[in-house]
Write a new protein. Structure first.
Length: 164
């Protein structure tokens, strides 16, 4: 049967073993587990903080990007407006210059026309003088004089039309 002493020693051994294990195994393992749990919880908290910081940075960068886009659109709009104004100024200036050039050309045409008319008048005067000299030299009768004057007028008219 069971021996009382053996049973008693087994219980004492068990209690001693339990106390030894508690002191050298359970407490360190429990402490290790608690320390490990605490470290994991700290890492989770740090990760959550990093995630929040990341979200804040993301939001901050998104705001900056949005502001940059707004500024770029504003700058583009201003540039387009300046370009349109500059284009309008260039067109206006070109129109003014073309008017000036056209006016100068018209003045030059008038001068050339006046010069041409003066030259024509001088030629007509020379021809008239030549015709009168010719008539005086020939001393023609009235019928020949009329015929010569008619020829002269035709000649002047033909030359006058060619000049214009």
């Amino acid at each position: 049967m069971l021996n009382k002493y053996t049973f008693f020693f087994q219980i004492i051994n068990f209690i001693i073993l339990y106390l030894i294990m508690r002191k050298f195994l359970f407490k360190p393992v429990t402490g290790f587990m608690e320390d490990r749990t605490r470290k994991i919880e700290d890492k989770i908290k740090k990760a959550e903080l990093k995630q929040k910081e990341g979200e804040e940075l993301k939001r901050s960068y998104e705001e900056k990007i949005s502001n940059i886009k707004d500024e770029a659109e504003k700058l583009l709009k201003e540039t387009v407006e300046k370009g349109e104004k500059k284009g309008a100024e260039i067109i206006k200036k070109a129109k003014e210059e073309s008017k000036t050039i056209l006016q100068k050309a018209m003045q030059e045409i008038r001068r050339e026309k006046i010069k041409s008319l003066r030259e024509s008048r001088e030629q007509i005067a020379e021809l008239t003088i030549a015709a009168a000299s010719h008539i005086i030299e020939r001393n023609l009768n009235e019928k020949d004089q009329r015929r010569l004057i008619g020829q002269f007028i035709e000649k002047v008219e033909n030359e006058n039309w060619q000049i214009r």
